[in-house]
Design a protein around this ligand. Structure first.
Ligand SMILES: [Zn+2]
Length: 275
């Protein structure tokens, strides 16, 4: 389990669908920093066809879209926990989001409560990326229905063409009339496609890493952590290398640190010798 970030007086707190939500101030700072380049290029491509809103207002739209998208991701985990009789609370912080079980959570060590099976925990891990991805598809459908051209949806639609299906979000029939609705759909769909894909990478403690751990636990009748850390270390280093070669230093560092955490955890489990 990842440690919960310490609460502070600058956190924004509210309740959503019965789940307490806490957004730390660092979430806003990191989200804005990650979106600055995206807001800049969105503004310059909009300015070719419309009076563009400017980088600052687009950055605010970006931050709002990321917040809603990550909240929906965590809501997927929280609803899955609730399905298994476990309540949780949601934290959005500098590394993204967490759904943390608060009540009814028990591994049944004499507590007598229901134990989550490995399959249950795989379902909980997949529910977050799934709900977020489903929200992207819903948003893309609404944008299509409203006749709005959305580049981030069109990019995904291009993947259908080798299958003989014409891209429904092709610019042909769709237009950009309003920079605000266009940007909301474009940013929301962009985040809601890439965030779940990132999180499904088999690098512990991302959702994909949890799936590896519980799958390994089923297959090997162990707790599965050792296997998850080995896969996490190898895949983490490969993904870091890929980002490094594609001039994406922030993501390269992120995956490098995830890989190092997995290597450290392996040493703690009596894995490969220390070096
Ligand atoms: Zn997740």
């Amino acid at each position: 389990m990842i440690g919960e970030p310490t609460p502070s007086q600058y956190d924004w707190r509210f309740t959503f669908m019965g789940f307490p939500v806490r957004v730390t101030w660092l979430f806003w700072v990191i989200t804005a920093a990650l979106g600055y380049g995206i807001a800049m290029s969105a503004n310059s491509s909009l300015s070719r066809i419309l009076p563009a809103p400017g980088v600052g207002p687009l950055l605010l739209v970006w931050v709002g879209c990321v917040m809603v998208s990550v909240l929906i991701h965590e809501l997927g985990h929280a609803l899955a926990f609730r399905y298994f009789g476990i309540e949780s609370h949601i934290v959005l912080y500098h590394m993204g989001g967490l759904a943390i079980p608060t009540a009814g959570f028990s591994f049944n060590r004499g507590g007598g409560r229901r134990r989550l099976s490995h399959i249950d925990q795989i379902i909980i891990s997949l529910a977050g990326p799934f709900l977020q991805f489903a929200s992207a598809i819903l948003a893309a459908a609404v944008a299509y229905w409203m006749g709005i051209y959305v580049p981030s949806a069109s990019q995904v639609g291009n993947l259908l063409e080798p299958l003989g299906i014409p891209n429904p979000w092709d610019q042909g029939s769709l237009t950009i009339n309003n920079p605000w609705t266009h940007s909301i759909f474009n940013f929301y769909i962009l985040v809601s496609i890439w965030w779940p894909l990132f999180n499904l990478l088999p690098v512990y403690p991302l959702d994909g890493g949890h799936v590896v751990q519980h799958t390994a636990a089923i297959l090997t009748r162990s707790d599965g952590y050792r296997q998850a850390h080995i896969v996490g270390a190898v895949v983490g280093l490969l993904v870091a290398w890929w980002f490094f070669n594609n001039q994406n230093g922030i993501n390269a560092l992120l995956f490098l640190s995830l890989a190092m955490n997995n290597i450290q955890a392996m040493q703690g489990y009596g894995g490969p010798p220390r070096w």
